[in-house]
Design a protein around this ligand. Structure first.
Ligand code: SF4
Ligand code: SF4
Length: 272
């Protein structure tokens, strides 16, 4: 069992009333009730653990600058980002209900939410494959995405371009299921508004995407390099690709120490 690193990772919210960071424990005492207490409690009681030497596949395929920040700092996100996270988590838990087999011992043709670990040099790589078809040898990852990201994934798959999410399922294959011969994403569009439909020309709610298979050895090397980068004092800059051409910096990145951060800025010393 790896040692847990305390007081890092998501610790609370950036308050919608004054844009200051609040610990979940403070929010639970809040009189304004802008954020419902069960919503706050669900986050407060299920803080994603950060363990020494243990990396999730999503960290291994993500920008090292974000991985470093998340693992070394407490951070706070605005309410809308937490709602997005809750939607994604709820969706995955709902899918898990369809599974009748124990989580770690898949039997039969298809299993959902299959946890696996892989020793990558000194690092323990952990991951959860959303859907595994052991007969068809297929891995599918479920994504609940906004219109911009959905359109981007569809476009990249059509053009044969790479993406972090495509690498994620490829790393699942490389580390956890080397005989997999089919990879995919099931993208569920969460903002099916008229605006999203008109702007991004998205007419469906669900988009199954076939993911190209990459070289397994190179995938594991990439993960190893990203982890090592995240341990440097100054990891490499995010590429435009990794910042989703700036969209990630503006809306989704918690790394307020990054020079390019453009999201809702706050002063960590203001935390209450
Ligand atoms: S619950 Fe927290 S984030 Fe929401 S209004 Fe109160 S202090 Fe602000
Ligand atoms: S703000 Fe942008 S460039 Fe900076 S770490 Fe986040 S995603 Fe990378």
């Amino acid at each position: 069992m790896s040692d847990r690193i305390e007081n890092v990772g998501l610790q609370g919210m950036i308050c919608g009333l004054d844009s200051k960071p609040r610990k979940f424990s403070t929010c639970l005492e809040c009189k304004h009730r802008v954020c419902r207490d069960y919503f706050v409690r669900a986050f407060a009681e299920n803080v994603f653990p950060v363990n020494e030497g243990e990396y999730h596949v999503t960290e291994g395929v993500g920008p090292p600058a974000i991985t470093k920040f998340r693992r070394e700092n407490p951070y706070y996100l605005p309410q809308e980002a937490l709602v997005d996270m809750a939607l994604g988590t709820a969706f995955h838990q709902w899918v898990e209900l369809a599974n009748t087999t124990p989580r770690d011992e898949p039997v039969g043709r298809t299993s959902h939410e299959v946890h696996r670990t892989y020793q990558l040099g000194p690092y323990k790589l952990v991951g959860t494959m959303d859907i595994c078809d052991f007969e068809a040898k297929e891995i599918v990852d479920i994504k609940v995405c906004g219109a911009y990201r959905t359109k981007q994934l569809l476009s990249k798959a059509t053009k044969g371009e790479e993406d972090e999410y495509f690498h994620q399922v490829n790393v699942y294959r490389a580390a956890f299921m080397p005989d997999a011969r089919k990879l995919g994403l099931d993208v569920f569009l969460k903002d099916f508004s008229g605006f999203a439909q008109r702007t991004y020309k998205l007419k469906d709610r669900i988009y199954p995407i076939n993911v190209q298979i990459y070289d397994a050895g190179q995938e594991l090397e990439m993960v190893f390099d990203n982890i090592e980068q995240s341990l440097l004092d100054e990891p490499r800059n995010c590429t435009p690709e990794e910042t989703w051409n700036g969209m990630r910096c503006k809306k989704f990145c918690p790394n307020y120490l990054c020079m390019c951060y453009q999201g809702p800025s706050y002063n960590p010393t203001d935390v209450t």
